[in-house]
Design a protein around this ligand. Structure first.
Ligand SMILES: [Zn+2]
Length: 123
C-alpha cells in the first residue's frame, strides 16, 4: 500500500502500479492464475449486473472485455459496500451525511481476474 499512497492526489489513490505488478507476477510465473483470478461470487454477480464495460481486454485471459464495478463504502452502507449502477445512485449517497469512499474494481467475467483500480472520496 505504500506505493499506492505515493500516488495519492486530492484524496484519490491510484492502484495502477500494484495492478501492473500483479500482471507481471502472473506473466513471470510468480503468481498462478487461480491467485490472480480470484473474484468472489458476489463480485462476479455485481460485475455481470452492474459492471460498466470498458474498451480493454482482460490482461490475463485476453478473451473477454473488462468491466468496472463501482462500490461505495461508508456509514450505514452494507459492510461489503454498495454497488453503484447509475449516477442517481451516487447522487443519493452524496446527499447523505458522512464520508463515503468509492472503489473502482476491474473484473473479467470470464476468468475472474479482478483488481482495484482506484479509490476516490465521494464529494
Ligand atoms: Zn479474463
Amino acid at each position: 500500500m505504500s506505493t499506492a499512497a505515493a500516488n495519492s492526489a486530492g484524496g484519490s489513490i491510484n492502484f495502477t502500479l500494484a495492478r501492473e505488478r500483479t500482471i507481471m507476477a502472473y506473466k513471470n510465473g510468480e503468481a498462478t492464475r487461480s491467485e490472480v483470478c480470484d473474484a468472489q461470487t458476489e463480485l462476479m454477480r455485481n460485475a455481470r449486473e452492474c459492471g460498466k464495460r470498458v474498451d480493454a481486454r482482460c490482461p490475463i485471459c485476453h478473451e473477454e472485455e473488462l468491466v468496472e464495478v463501482l462500490y461505495v463504502f461508508g456509514p450505514r452502507l452494507p459492510a461489503a459496500g454498495r454497488c453503484i449502477v447509475t449516477e442517481g445512485d451516487l447522487e443519493r449517497i452524496r446527499r447523505r451525511k458522512g464520508e463515503f469512499t468509492a472503489y473502482d474494481v476491474e473484473v473479467c467475467t470470464r476468468c475472474k481476474w479482478n483488481h482495484l483500480l482506484r479509490t476516490n472520496p465521494v464529494v
